[in-house]
Design a protein around this ligand. Structure first.
Ligand code: AMP
Length: 216
């Protein structure tokens, strides 16, 4: 099964993808994670995209299409994939059709996480993760039980994304509205889109997604 999680930054795509990886053995393909890794490692792609990402703008379609092509080539076709943060433009959606065909896959569902923008700014500007195990936290909604100690692995190192500040978040939202939301009709015409209330609790969002996937 191959699915796309679609929704503005902070909608919960990464949280849901991580859960599907853990509980359903699917593979998460997050272009944001791949690009952050490239920036960290200082690869030519990383150097090219660093400032674009810091500003909250979109990197070129060619770069992300190629990253996805390479990842799909490294997987066996029976491993289900969750596309997280990709496609983000109509050109990427069209490229993805070609890549799925090339790698012997079909698209099962496009799940749109429907959310309120002002709540997202609050979610994103407070979020941070354990630098060691990746557990997610929030300044206002989910602090570690013991100050500065990860609940899961007891590490005392935490990190924040440099693009999780209010100004960049507003740009990322505007990019979503202008370039990504208009992809929905492309998939609606094929009856692939299911809308899930992303403002519900994580458990309720989990259950709604399981129902869409026919796993409930
Ligand atoms: P994300 O982790 O999905 O929020 O992505 C973080 C940043 O990486 C975005 O604000 C963009 O600058 C860039 N990015 C990630 N995925 C894509 C994509 N599919 N197309 C263009 N830019 C992307």
């Amino acid at each position: 099964m191959n699915i796309i999680l679609l929704g503005p930054p902070g909608a919960g795509k990464g949280t849901q993808a991580a859960r599907l990886v853990k509980e359903r053995g699917m593979v998460q393909l997050s272009t944001g994670d791949m690009l952050r890794a490239a920036v960290r490692e200082g690869t030519p792609t990383g150097l090219e995209v660093k400032a674009i990402m810091a500003a909250g703008d979109l990197v070129s379609d060619e770069i992300v299409n190629q990253l996805i092509d390479e990842k799909l080539a490294s997987l066996s076709p029976d491993q289900g994939v969750i596309f997280d943060g990709y496609p983000r433009t109509r050109a990427q959606a069209e490229a993805l059709d070609g890549l799925l065909a090339k790698h012997g896959r079909t698209l099962g569902h496009v799940i749109e996480l429907d959310v309120d923008e002002d709540a997202l700014v609050d979610r994103i500007t407070g979020r941070f993760t354990c630098a060691k195990c990746g557990e997610g936290y929030h300044d206002r909604h989910k602090l570690p039980a013991v100050e500065n100690v990860c609940d899961v692995c007891a590490s005392t190192e935490f990190k924040r994304r440099p693009d999780d500040n209010e100004e960049t978040v507003r740009t990322r939202m505007a990019e979503y509205r202008a370039k990504t939301a208009p992809i929905l009709p492309f998939y609606e015409a094929r009856k692939l889109v299911a809308r899930v209330d992303g403002m519900a609790s994580i458990e309720q969002v989990d259950a709604a997604i399981e129902a869409v996937l026919g796993l409930a």
